[in-house]
Write a protein of this length. Sequence first.
Length: 242
Amino acid sequence: MASEPVNVNEFQELARKVLPKMYYDFYSGGAEDQLRPRVLIDVSRINMSTTVLGYKIPAPILIAPISMHHVAQPEERKLQPERQRHVLLFVSNSTIEEAIVLTVDSPRLCRREADIKNKMIAPKIKNLEGLLKTEVDSDDGSNLEAYANRTYDASLCWKDIEWLKSITSLPILVKGILTHEDGKTITSSFNNFLLLCLLIITTRKAVEAGVNGIVVSNHGGRQLDYAPPTISVLDEVTIHFH
Ligand SMILES: Cc1cc2nc3c(=O)[nH]c(=O)nc-3n(C[C@H](O)[C@H](O)[C@H](O)COP(=O)(O)O)c2cc1C
C-alpha cells in the first residue's frame, strides 16, 4: 500500500501483510465457515418453507439436476425427503410432470476424458422411451458421448425458448446462465421468476422486470473448462434484476 491507510479495510490489509499469519488469523478469524448469524430473533419455531413457481417446498433448497441418479440409487425417490423438490433431468428415470428446466450450457457434451477411458455406458432413459432410440453402441470411446452427439442439438438458441413456451403451459426455467448479457436477453424474451442455483430469490423488482426463471450455473464445471465459478458471477447476473 503506497499511502497511509485511511479506512478499516486498508488497516486490515496492512495487518495481513505485517503480522505472522498465525496471529493475523487469530484476530480476523471466526467460527467454522464464518457465516454471519443474526441475534435476538425468536427461533423457538423455525419454518423455512417457501414456494417456488407455486410449489410449496420445506426449505429454499432444490436438488440440482443430476443425470443418471438411478445408477447410484435405483429407487431415486427414497433418496429425497418426501416433499422436497428436485429437478428432473432429460436423462432421468422419472417422467416429466411439473416443470421444464432447459439446460442451455450444453449444446454439445464436453470432452470428458474419464468417460472416454471408461467407455462410459449411458443407461436406458425412461423419459424418452418410445420417442427416440436411447441405446447407442460405440466401440470407440464413451457410449455416453456417442449418445449425446446424436441427440444434443448444437443449434439450440433463443428462438427455441419461444417455441417451447408456445407448446407448453408448464413453468420453464433456463439453466446455465453465467453473464448479465444472457440474463438480460431472458428478461426481454422470457417472463419468469429469478431462481439462483445456490439460493432462491424472488424479488418484487425481478417480477416487475418481467423475469420468469433462470438458474445461474456453470454446470459444476462439467461442461466448459475454465468457466467462472457460479458464485463469482451471481453479482454480475443478478445486479440487473435489483
Ligand atoms: C454427476 C453430475 C451429473 C450432472 N448432470 C447434469 C445434467 O444432466 N444436466 C444439468 O443441467 N446439470 C447437470 N449437472 C450439474 C448440476 O445440476 C449442477 O449445476 C452442478 O452440480 C452445480 O454447479 P453450479 O453451481 O454451477 O450449477 C450434473 C452434475 C453432476 C455432479
